[in-house]
Design a binder for this molecule. Structure first.
Ligand code: 3HC
Length: 294
């Protein structure tokens, strides 16, 4: 299971070599964007099979990018893809991959223990969608060099990066993360280390509220999706977005918040969500969530 938030540790002020732990949708997306903007990337995961899938994902996404960017010059597009892929190496050895990195960026399962274990390794930066990064940082001795970068799916398309400083993140580290985000061609915003930062703190309760509205029988999921697309200008309706982000991810986030603040009605769980997750219907990635996919 992969998801959205990255935590990071910076070794050098100017970031050129990036090691990304986690080859899921988010990690691969970040790798693609970093490699496309001239960074050298090592993508790390636990098996060659996962990493092969990550590379395939990157290649597929690059083809979509190139189709637009090099519409009139398919050969230049093909060359661009090859150059980008050359910037990405893959590895199953996290320890070794970290040594040459200016930035270690983690984009793994939204589980505190797993994230903490990782940061017991030498220098690292983080991607997490919902966990306070200070909790994750607890296992690193380099608190001044530790901060959060939160990317959005699909990483190649979404222009935002949330840059998160903790009370111990140094100004230099924070500036490096800001500059790195800009070097990726993204627009950074500064966030405090609060649950969900800005986007997820607003977006996840909104998605949950859509589920609850549907559960009360006040609208079909199709109508709710159409309503929010055509009435509020969202590119996807809340059910489509849940399927896209992953129902497992949405559940992880809301359960985590609810555990910390059980009386907040915004964090109440949804039976429908719990049922679909229990059935392994995580959305687009498993072929079925609220909707079915080919
Ligand atoms: N890689 C490269 N290009 C892509 C892409 C990808 N993964 N996805 C879409 N594109 C580009 C392609 O050029 C594509 O054209 P193609 O289909 O001919 O290749 C073009 O976008 C249009 O795509 P679609 O026709 O599939 O559909 P849309 O026009 O709706 O665009 C979208 C797709 C950009 C995903 C848009 O629907 C959107 O912005 N959706 C909302 C996404 C969102 O809210 N993300 C945030 C989720 S929250 C999160 O990530 C935080 C986490 O912590 C939970």
């Amino acid at each position: 299971i992969r998801r959205g938030f990255s935590s990071s540790i910076i070794k050098n002020g100017v970031i050129k070599n990036v090691t990304i732990i986690g080859g899921g949708q988010m990690g691969a997306g970040i790798a693609q964007v970093a490699a496309s903007t001239g960074h050298t990337v090592t993508l790390v995961d636990t098996s060659e099979d996962i990493l092969k899938k990550s590379r395939k994902g990157i290649e597929g996404s690059l083809k979509r990018v190139v189709k637009k960017k090099f519409a009139d010059k398919p050969e230049a597009g093909e060359e661009f893809i090859q150059n980008v892929l050359q910037n990405v190496s893959i590895s199953t050895d996290a320890g070794a991959s970290v040594q040459a990195a200016d930035l270690l960026l983690e984009a793994i399962v939204e589980n505190l223990k797993v994230k903490q274990d990782l940061f017991a390794l030498p220098p690292v930066s983080l991607n997490t969608s919902s966990l306070p990064i200070t909790d994750i940082a607890g296992s690193t001795s380099r608190l001044d060099r530790f901060g959060g970068l939160h990317f959005f799916n699909p990483v190649p398309m979404m222009k935002l990066v949330e840059v998160v400083g903790t009370s111990t993140t140094s100004q230099e580290t924070f500036d490096s993360l800001l500059n790195f985000s800009k070097a990726l061609g993204k627009t950074p915003v500064s966030c405090k280390d609060t649950p969900g930062f800005i986007v997820n703190r607003l977006l996840v309760p909104y998605m949950m509220e859509a589920l609850r509205l549907h559960e009360r029988g006040h609208g079909s999921k199709e109508d709710i999706d159409i309503a929010m697309k055509l009435g509020a200008g969202y590119p996807m309706g809340p059910f489509e977005l849940c399927d896209y982000v992953g129902l497992d991810t949405v559940k992880f986030i809301i359960d985590g918040w609810s555990a910390k603040d059980p009386h907040n009605p915004l964090f109440a769980s949804s039976e429908l969500l719990n049922k679909l997750v229990a059935e392994g219907k995580y959305g687009k990635k498993t072929g079925e969530g609220f909707y079915k996919y080919k």
